[in-house]
Design a protein around this ligand. Structure first.
Ligand code: NAD
Length: 298
């Protein structure tokens, strides 16, 4: 059955995800502050509205795919979108935000009688484009049951991580590992190149050996072997340095609260910060390689 969906945030991830729901036959109205993002949505066949409160009027579901918790609060709660949505609307936040923020927003949604799930994703922009995302969901089992048809139009794996906020906790630890795997892949890639081994050789061997990782096989930071990797398009698109820095900040904050020594996470966060200071915050995070090969200012 067709669901009336208000989709807020039509960026690198949000637009392809919203487009899949549109293709699946749902009545999707998208919202984004950026005119370019709205134009891209129009070109992809996704209808847009100027304001979230308009798009949300009477919606069965409201989905947010925004950079940070503050944006979710503004676009969902302060804009009036939540109150405009249908009485029993399902609110899905697919952004990566802190588990504390997810619980706080979830409580605000529940206070209006509506349903909330934190449903952050993994799989990158390719996963969003190919509808092969992994969803990590926090919230009530029954609400996840209701959301499932929508999630299945955008992804292939759906995990119920636990109560509200648990999806974000799972996503956060995943991204810690991703960041460190990328840093290690960058260091290995530059050293391999200087030792005269081709990138393809590194991937062929390490990809089936103990050095294997998603970063190695999907996001190799040297142009050439992985056609879809951001390194093949001058590090544009993909998952930005600024967003990965944000995710590591969430992880470091949680680690501080729980007394966990996260030395490697802190080091990668520091490097991402250097890239941001060097004006490279909007490039894909595999551009960490530019600090390893010395082309960015350390
Ligand atoms: P993005 O910056 O490409 O897109 C965010 C969009 O939100 C932008 O178009 C921006 O204009 C819009 N926006 C911001 N505030 C708004 C508001 N108040 N109202 C309406 N629109 C608003 O980011 P992205 O790469 O699509 O990532 C979105 C979220 O998904 C982030 O939390 C990120 O950490 C997470 N994520 C990203 C990836 C990835 O590979 N890019 C993978 C997994 C998870």
């Amino acid at each position: 059955t067709s669901v009336k969906i208000c989709w807020i945030g039509l960026g690198n991830m949000g637009l392809p995800m919203a487009a899949h729901l549109h293709t699946a036959g749902h009545d999707v109205v998208g919202v984004d502050l950026s005119a370019d993002a709205r134009d891209a949505a129009g070109a992809a066949g996704v209808r847009t509205a100027d304001a979230a409160v308009t798009a949300a009027a009477g919606a069965d579901a409201v989905v947010t795919m925004l950079p940070k918790g503050a944006h979710v609060r503004t676009a969902l709660l302060e804009s009036g979108a939540l109150d405009a949505a249908g009485d029993n609307a399902l609110v899905l936040d697919c952004s990566t935000i802190s588990c504390a923020e997810a619980r706080e927003i979830g409580a605000a949604v529940a206070a209006t009688g509506r349903r909330f799930l934190d449903a952050p994703v993994s799989g990158g922009t390719a996963g969003a484009q190919n509808a092969t995302l992994t969803f990590m969901v926090g919230g009530a089992t029954a609400d996840l049951g209701a959301a499932r048809p929508l999630l299945e139009a955008m992804g292939t794996r759906i995990f119920h991580a636990g109560e509200t906020g648990a999806g974000q906790s799972a996503k956060m630890v995943n991204n810690m590992m991703l960041a460190m795997n990328m840093q290690s892949t960058c260091e290995a890639a530059v050293l391999a190149e200087r030792l005269g081994i081709t990138p393809q050789t590194v991937i062929d061997i390490a990809g089936v050996s103990t050095g294997d990782s998603w970063a190695l096989r999907n996001y190799y930071p040297v142009a050439g072997p992985v056609t879809s990797a951001p390194s093949n398009r001058d590090f544009t698109g993909g998952f930005s340095v600024a967003l990965m820095r944000k995710d590591l900040g969430l992880a470091l904050d949680a680690a501080a609260v729980h007394g966990v020594d996260t030395a490697a996470t802190a080091e990668v966060a520091r490097r991402l910060e250097n890239l941001i200071a060097d004006g490279r915050g909007s490039l894909d995070f595999s551009s960490l390689i530019h600090l390893v090969d010395g082309t960015a200012a350390a």
